[in-house]
Design a binder for this molecule. Structure first.
Ligand code: HEM
Length: 575
């Protein structure tokens, strides 16, 4: 065979081999694609029944919940998403919509809604409220509080079980009345500062900004023990960051698509949250570091063990410190029989405890500081701003408060004493009435780990439900407060309070998980508000029916807390 023949034969063979291999490749490809097709199809063919089975099992395992929920009334919802569409629109629209819709169910004081698979049952009969709040069993916070976790960690507000119990035991005494009495000078000094700042306001302005900054600064100076001279402008920045964080948390509570972590992280809100948390945690870290440096340089905290007869009293005759006088909690424990007790302010105690090898880590201290800073400032800022708004609206009531203050202080510009605060009885009634009509924490939510039977109507609420104490609705029950939408401080005359169900007024919650800052808040508010009213008369151009309420975690006025001030003693400087 010639070379060219060989080549051509070889080429043909090669071509043939190539053709064959092409064919077998195509065949293989078709086998693979057939197999892939079959595997993909098989996957889907199996997935669909698997999902159906899983859904059927899931529904079956929740049958008990559905059966009991069926017997509780509530607005009709959609399949899968339930009543999630009720939460569309802005915060004010949501609040108005929910309150309006709830009216239909007022005769039963219990309303059910579904947000996707979550069952929420709103309660506002005092007997049902008592069942939940007085219990040592129903103390777990609802799963919705988990959105606070990146901010507050496992702080007192959201922790549960043994951790919550031991930290509560540690922290509650740091808000004991004896400790609070030692803060009076600081309450006065900061109230004076806010009065001086308010002097520059000539027209209508939002008093909440001032109240917010002032309450942050007071907290830093009292509970955290950071002196004014070492504070910088970060208080205001912190307060604004907290406000914006609350907006984001509220969105996550109400917009079903923002609930799953995986979806939330894709949004701009997640980026904003990271920025806000760096401002918020920046301040708390700075505060703790400063305090630790003081400790290591040998500066020890002041021990507050003034054990005079007056200081011994933990409860004061005729003063309820923000709750029905028949209720008692761990803040009312009288340790007169325990012997002389060393008392420290909040952060001093936590640091001292940790250095003595007690129960609390650095991370836990940070979580508790974040919790107290949040709970302690935004609530009181809202409460005081609502109070000033109500004084502005009700000039006749403001007259009576001013008359009382003039009786206590006369012409003097001296700072208020603890004894003075006991005599501010009418101002206290106005404060309680403000907290009734505008509770800064308008709802309290708990997770049920077992079925409960409602004392008010015998209906059962199933385990796994989020029960929501609707404080705002509870406080406006016409059978408890005749004319409930009228601001009437006489609702808190002793004889009227005595005849009322104890759990019909719970602005600070009640029972084992009541607010640890209740007495602190009442004392601080009395001093700030009396100082403002000793210096200014407050006016409002709006009536309370014009207030646009919104509940971004904390109840606020959507349009801002707009008031006007007129100096009472034009020529006199604040003392
Ligand atoms: C007008 C002012 C205040 C109001 C209306 C208020 C209201 C409340 C309410 C309703 C709760 C229960 C929340 C829930 O269960 O979801 C609570 C808890 C709490 N509050 Fe306050 N609060 C006020 C001021 C303060 C202050 C000044 C502090 C601290 C300085 C504070 C610290 C706390 C803490 C740590 C908790 C969690 C307690 C626990 O779960 O054991 N609060 N507050």
């Amino acid at each position: 065979m010639s070379t060219s023949k060989l080549i051509s034969v070889g080429g043909r063979i090669l071509l043939e081999v190539k053709e064959k291999s092409k064919m077998s490749y195509a065949a293989a490809e078709s086998v693979v694609s057939t197999n892939t097709w079959t595997a993909t199809n098989l996957f889907y063919v199996l997935l669909v029944p698997a999902l159906i089975l899983w859904y059927a099992y899931w529904r079956m395992s929740r049958r008990h919940m559905y059966e009991l929920a069926e017997k509780i009334s509530g607005p009709p919802g959609w399949p899968i998403i339930g009543n999630a569409l009720e939460f569309t629109g802005g915060s004010h629209d949501i609040f108005k919509n929910i309150i309006n819709k709830s009216v239909e169910f007022d005769d039963q004081s219990v309303v059910k809604i579904w947000i996707g698979p979550r069952l929420l049952v709103f309660l506002y009969d005092p007997r049902d409220v008592e069942l939940i709040l007085s219990s040592h069993v129903h103390i777990d916070k609802a799963v919705e509080y988990r959105f606070f976790k990146p901010w507050l960690g496992d702080g007192l507000l959201i922790s549960t079980g043994q951790k919550w119990r031991s930290h509560r035991k540690l922290i509650a005494p740091t808000f004991h009345l004896n400790v609070l009495k030692s803060f009076i000078d600081l309450f006065n000094a900061n109230s004076r500062d806010v009065v001086n700042k308010l002097k520059k306001e000539a027209g209508v302005f939002d008093c909440h900004d001032y109240m917010s900054e002032c309450t942050v600064e007071i907290l830093l100076e009292t509970a955290m023990g950071v002196s004014k001279t070492t504070q910088d402008k970060s208080g205001f920045e912190y307060a604004m960051a907290v406000m914006k964080m609350c907006d984001i948390l509220h969105l996550r509570h109400t917009k079903i698509w923002l609930r799953p972590e995986i979806l939330f992280k894709l949004t701009d809100y997640a980026k904003t949250q990271t920025k806000l948390l760096s401002i918020i945690h920046g301040l708390t870290k700075k505060v703790i570091k400063r305090k630790k440096d003081e400790f290591s340089s040998g500066k020890r905290p002041t021990v507050l063990n003034d054990y005079t007869e007056e200081a011994k009293a933990t409860s004061v005759e005729g003063l309820s410190f923000g709750q029905s006088s028949g209720l008692k909690d761990d803040l009312d424990v009288d340790d007169g029989d325990v012997g002389q007790k060393k008392r420290l302010a909040f952060l001093d105690l936590l640091l001292e405890s940790s250095q003595n090898g007690v129960v609390i880590s650095d991370e836990e201290i940070k979580e508790q500081v974040d919790t107290i800073m949040f709970e302690g400032h935004d609530t009181t800022a809202a409460g005081s701003s609502f109070f000033l708004s109500m004084m502005g609206v009700h000039q006749d009531i403001q007259d009576k408060v001013i008359e009382e203050l003039d009786k206590i202080f006369g012409d003097s510009d001296r700072p208020a004493t603890f004894q003075d605060t006991l005599e501010m009885k009418y101002l206290e009634r106005c404060l309680m009435e403000t907290l009734r009509m505008f509770p800064p924490v308008p709802i309290i939510a708990r997770h049920l780990n077992q079925d409960i039977t409602l004392p008010s109507n015998g209906k059962k609420v199933p385990s796994g439900t989020t029960v929501v104490i609707a404080t705002y609705k509870l406080h406006r029950r016409p059978d408890v407060y005749p004319n409930p939408n009228k601001f009437d401080p006489d609702n808190f005359l002793p004889e009227k309070s005595a005849n009322r169900h104890y759990y019909a007024f719970v602005p600070f919650s009640a029972g084992p998980r009541s607010c640890v800052g209740r007495k602190y808040a009442m004392l601080k508010l009395k001093i700030i508000l009396s100082t403002i009213l000793r210096n200014f008369r407050v006016y409002s151009d709006l009536k309370e029916s014009d207030f646009q309420l919104q509940a971004d975690i904390i109840l606020k006025r959507a349009e801002g807390f707009k008031v006007r001030l007129q100096p009472r003693k034009a020529a006199k400087a604040c003392y």
